[in-house]
Design a protein around this ligand. Structure first.
Ligand code: HEC
Length: 467
């Protein structure tokens, strides 16, 4: 893949990298990395001097993205946790499972701008948009993540780790950090991109499906339309996932969309699992209550055999038989190279995996060789048909893997892991230049791409996410 990168991230400088910041930052190598680029960019940021984002005075001249959360404009008072004007909270209808962490999310759209929603599954955000996601574990803020659009087709991302007294957060390269009696894994830049490549604009939880299904709150689809922030306004703001005859499809399909579909398994050719041809994402145009029997998450899974040698002959979903369905097996395991999603989780989402178990269990078994569509169109089973496979009251036991999230597991997604579809993916690994994120030398493209002030030196990684 060539051409200018459409997203960048920070990596720490190598040993001996020159410190180009003030002494208040020079103490931490990570911060040195984030200090080395230019002043706040003229595009994607408030022009220097106008400060419409109410940034602290100390943030003047900060790089993009800045080295401290304070300078991203999330809070007007980070100690009091007071949000800046224009920063709006939202919760997607179905969140990504994060091993039980609580998450808060916010968006800031530049005043007077709208989101281009002409492609319902691939919203295009105005330059200057920022989204944050904050992770709270055991009542403590641990990390806050940022995506920021700095110009057309070009985003930056960063993650900020909170200090012990919860008064500040500074940019982190990711990795395991001490937490309580154990560790907490902050995703590395490569990990961010593996998931966020799933959409061209990288934003996964702020879209038509995620904000339009029941359960979304804050900046919902209805609220966005009412505020005139979507162009064009979608035909409906209340989406519904129809049933497929099992009486259990909607929650299962919603969970699969958020946890597998919007990230890796969808129709965007840049998504990490695209080559598998398994599409677990929902199309907003379908969510008017019509039967889901013909939706992609069914016809690319039910009765479909994988080609991956490691899973030779296995079928993604065997109607009526969750335990022999590879999809179910992978979402209900962790570790040993046998888990889905393959990164960013070491604990099974017991409650929601049980929904998938119930859904598959209620599908009417078919004779081997019957086309999947017959399964999908099957009539509802008798009420007790699901009993043999119904989940135990408390579902499968969570499995905690001590080293989950280690680099070894990260690699598992990219090439030869026994992901059901990995072997089918000609492009399963990161794009050739995304791997450059492992080193911090920067690429020639990095500098060339930069009128954003944040990509004008070798400290900025040149991971290419987009096409
Ligand atoms: C395992 C996949 C995965 C990884 C790894 C990951 N994300 Fe995400 N991220 C998601 C999904 C899915 C959502 C939307 C659902 C939600 O908010 O719960 C999301 C939401 C976000 C949001 C809110 C805006 C949006 O896209 O919806 C931000 C900001 C964000 N992630 C930043 C990051 C950064 C920065 C990293 C790396 C440090 C990262 N993420 C790593 C999957 C991932």
């Amino acid at each position: 893949m060539t051409g200018r990168p459409d997203s960048i991230r920070w990596t720490p400088p190598g040993p001996g990298a020159p410190a180009r910041c003030g002494p208040w930052l020079a103490a931490a190598a990570v911060l040195v990395a984030a200090c080395s680029s230019g002043p706040i960019a003229p595009d994607g940021q408030a022009p220097v001097g106008t400060n419409v984002e109410h940034l602290p005075a100390a943030c003047a001249g900060a790089p993009t993205p800045p080295s401290t959360l304070d300078c991203t404009g999330l809070y007007s008072d980070i100690v009091a946790k007071q949000l800046n004007p224009g920063v709006e909270a939202y919760t997607p209808a179905v969140p990504l499972w994060s091993d039980g962490a609580d998450k808060d999310r916010w968006i800031r759209l530049p005043p007077g701008t709208t989101i281009d929603t002409s492609k319902p599954n691939e919203w295009v955000f105005p330059v200057g948009t920022k989204l944050w996601k904050q992770f709270v574990k055991d009542g403590r803020r641990v990390e806050t993540r940022l995506w920021q659009k700095v110009r057309d087709g070009f985003w930056v991302h960063a993650v900020y780790a909170w200090n012990d007294d919860q008064t500040a957060a500074t940019v982190s390269p990711g990795g395991d950090v001490p937490f309580g009696s154990g560790t907490y894994h902050i995703p590395t830049g490569d990990e961010c991109e593996k998931c966020h490549r799933g959409r061209t604009e990288h934003i996964l939880g702020f879209g038509q499906v995620e904000l339009g299904l029941p359960g979304a709150s804050g900046m919902t689809l209805a609220r966005m339309v009412a505020d005139g922030r979507l162009t064009p306004a979608p035909p409906t703001t209340s989406l519904v996932i129809g049933d497929d005859g099992t009486g259990a499809a909607a929650p299962a399909l919603g969970w699969l969309h958020a946890n597998c579909g919007i990230t890796c398994h969808n129709a965007n050719s840049n998504s990490t699992g695209f080559g598998a041809g398994m599409n677990l994402s929902l199309d907003p145009a379908d969510l008017d209550g019509r039967s889901s029997a013909a939706f992609a998450p069914l016809h690319t899974t039910v009765g479909v055999t994988v080609n991956t040698p490691a899973w030779n002959g296995r079928v993604r979903i065997i109607p009526g038989d969750p335990t022999r369905s590879l999809l179910y097996e992978l979402i209900s395991n962790r570790g040993m190279g046998k888990q889905m999603p393959p990164i960013a989780t070491s604990v099974v989402d017991v409650q929601h995996v049980a929904l998938v178990q119930t859904w598959i269990g209620r599908m009417t078994p078919v004779d081997a060789g019957a086309p999947p569509t017959e399964v999908a169109d099957a009539a509802p089973p008798p009420p007790d048909a699901a009993e043999p496979d119904a989940p135990e009251p408390d579902g499968p036991e969570p499995v905690v893997v001590a080293d989950a999230g280690s680099p070894g597991e990260v690699d598992a997604i990219s090439a030869d892991a026994p992901e059901p579809d990995a072997g089918e993916e000609p492009d399963a690994g990161p794009p050739p230049d995304a791997g450059a994120g492992q080193d911090d030398g920067g690429t020639a493209d990095d500098g060339g791409s930069g009128d954003d002030g944040g990509s004008d030196d070798g400290d900025v990684d040149g991971g290419v996410v987009g096409p």
